[in-house]
Design a protein around this ligand. Sequence first.
Ligand SMILES: NC(=O)c1ccc[n+]([C@@H]2O[C@H](COP(=O)([O-])OP(=O)(O)OC[C@H]3O[C@@H](n4cnc5c(N)ncnc54)[C@H](O)[C@@H]3O)[C@@H](O)[C@H]2O)c1
Ligand SMILES: O=c1ccn([C@@H]2O[C@H](COP(=O)(O)OP(=O)(O)O[C@H]3O[C@H](CO)[C@@H](O)[C@H](O)[C@H]3O)[C@@H](O)[C@H]2O)c(=O)[nH]1
Length: 480
Amino acid sequence: MMKICCIGAGYVGGPTMAMIALNCHDIDVAVVDIAAPRINAWNSSNLPIFEPGLDDVVKACRGRNLFFSTDVEKHVAEADIVFVSVNTPTKLRGLGAGKAADLTYWESAARMIADVSTTDKIVVEKSTVPVKTAEAIEKILNHNSNGIQFQILSNPEFLAEGTAIEDLMKPDRVLIGGRETPDGKKAIETLKDVYAHWVPADRIITMNLWSAELSKLAANALLAQRISSVNAMSALCEATGADVSEVAYAVGKDSRIGPRFLNASVGYGGSCFQKDILNLVYICECNGLTEVANYWKQVVQINDYQKARFVKRVVSSMFNTVSGKKIAILGFAFKKDTGDTRETAAMDVCRGLIGDKAQLSIYDPQVTREQILRDLAVDKLDWDHPRHLQQSLNSKHVSVVSDPYEATKGAHGVCILTEWDEFKTLEYERIYKSMQKPAFVFDGRNVIDVNELRKIGFIVYSVGKPLDPWVKDLPAAPPS
Ligand SMILES: NC(=O)c1ccc[n+]([C@@H]2O[C@H](COP(=O)([O-])OP(=O)(O)OC[C@H]3O[C@@H](n4cnc5c(N)ncnc54)[C@H](O)[C@@H]3O)[C@@H](O)[C@H]2O)c1
Ligand SMILES: O=c1ccn([C@@H]2O[C@H](COP(=O)(O)OP(=O)(O)O[C@H]3O[C@H](CO)[C@@H](O)[C@H](O)[C@H]3O)[C@@H](O)[C@H]2O)c(=O)[nH]1
């Protein structure tokens, strides 16, 4: 029986391996991690990540051909294929700080694979890595191999959180990059056979290693660019009276552009977009491509601008100060249907409002109080490092509550920062009655019915929508 081991039991390692186990009864899959609490959670009824459909998949195969363990070395030693799905955060210090990918976790995993292996192995890059990483990994493995043969493949993951199970079950494509040598081609075929258990052959694309590595960065850069484009347009809509939803609809009707991924928002978040674009920028700079680097940098800058613009709208609408005012924050996750908060726009918005001395009352249906307080305490870019290095915020400016009506009670303003479906159907009349007046709603996700809320009496700002008369005469982006 073929054995697969995946190093890293995170958002990618857990669901992708569960999907392989579900579809490949003839393969034993072990997911290993150094974080014992994470592994314990994978082995419990309370999985460490919230992802629709994941519980059922895990339940169907855990203990059958899917195992979660902290015995990293044992499972790596026994495996025929080792996936590496560890964190690849943005480097915080030294050369390339603030842009380059930090490959510390990847390198230590590679050295461990070399140390414990006694049989030939295929090593698969599942983490998102800079182009040419496979070359470095090959060197580490082969210089420490004791005669063992390693083939390195790039198999980047394209799942989006919130729809991970659907994306894994019916992927748009599976990408496998490998060396163009006989052994490289054989390794590609072996991995292809795994996916062929459930993915149609025409969706499994093979290519050279560097194309596969770069395609992952390119896909995320283009997706993020689309959001920054529509967000840039949202600022112009507010200035001109156009409605960004109508503009996006009209634009998306062009079959060359397509309708998806054109929702204006308070800014994209998530663990990947910013990190991967910064990484791409760094690679361009290292290759002397300054203009190309600046082009992609702008996608991140517009995203930062969009978040800052939102905070300024809130402050300037509320008489230019939020000091001491209660503001309800509805939604903290970086998108709906996930409890993940990595690089969530809510973090920057909350920090901006706390900077202006607001009293925040935060509600999110999936994010825990501990997570929110930890997020608001860590420095930007520091979040993708081990948890024991992180602290919790101890601030009189923030409370986290478990009910949206408690969050909004007595508040001067409400900021909607995640597009949770439940925010569409809240009892806004009840919320209005319980708030200070004038009562403001700032919708960073365009989830509420602006006209309905204005009828109730709210002063409403909704990203990229025609402005409320109250907000209209205030500058779009007052000086900071
Ligand atoms: N989250 C996503 O939606 C997504 C999608 C596609 C690609 N990616 C990429 O996949 C990679 C992993 O992302 P993630 O979201 O799963 O991260 P994650 O933080 O959820 O999981 C990574 C896990 O690796 C473990 N780990 C780190 N070093 C280890 C080691 N030496 N041995 C054993 N375990 C170790 C950590 O403890 C952690 O549990 C990143 O490169 C990311 O860019 C993420
Ligand atoms: O029209 C849109 C679509 C998305 N977003 C925001 O963009 C961010 C990212 O959303 P999404 O791409 O759906 O989620 P991720 O889980 O970050 O997935 C992205 O990043 C993953 C990690 O690399 C890739 O695997 C996926 O293909 C890629 O979509 C979130 O904050 C969304 O709210 C918008 O603001 N407007």
